[in-house]
Design a protein around this ligand. Sequence first.
Ligand SMILES: [Zn+2]
Length: 256
Amino acid sequence: MNIVDVHCHYTYKNFQKDLDKTIKKMEKAGVKKVITNGLNPKDNKEVLKLASKYKIVEAAIGIYPTEAGSMSDKELKEILNQIEENKNNIIAIGEVGLDHHWTKDKKKKDRQKEVLREIIKLANKIKKPIIVHSRNAESETVEVMKEAKVPVIMHCFCGKLAPTNEAIKAGFYFSIPTMIVRSKTFKKLVKRAGLDKLLTETDAPFLAPKSGERNDASNITQSITKIAEVLKLDEQKVAQKIYSNYKKVFNQQHSS
Ligand SMILES: [Zn+2]
């Protein structure tokens, strides 16, 4: 089985001690690629290092929305430069997006949107897919993401019916988290979006299938079983199709 994790954070400190072992465990489970997402300039550097060290790791670099909300113009320029300078070392831009759960201040919300728009412009220019966070801001996020001329991947998307339908209409992809094993929301999303628009993710170390545990991509086998069950399809077929979706979305412009 070919398995892919398009959204995770293997730079997190609780992976430091046993990352070699964890990667071996993932490979044994059939994991072929994990896209580690960066959260800020410092983390982005770590992501790039990890991707050059491990063949299984691909890099996405970005700026976490809550940090984007309080960025100065100078900091924004720096992050845009960091992304552009590394365009040949990354497979996508992420994690970026809007978060109205942790950010309540109107000015900061507006700033998040401004930053996201600049990121989209850059993605269109360097032709990189965008991996998008949208917490309690699904409708706004979908609206803004329509400006993208590159593939859009909505990570762990929990939007209501209207924004979900908008995102489907816009042709966005959905990366389904391992939480699907204990969440009705994602089972519904799988049915609505259909296999052609699905990808898989962990958001590791977070959102493990079993609450409280450290997550990693070996758990995606459980998501495949669940997605196959929801769509009444063969597990192998589901895994194969999701892997080919991954190749289509991410590898077309990838140079390495
Ligand atoms: Zn994340």
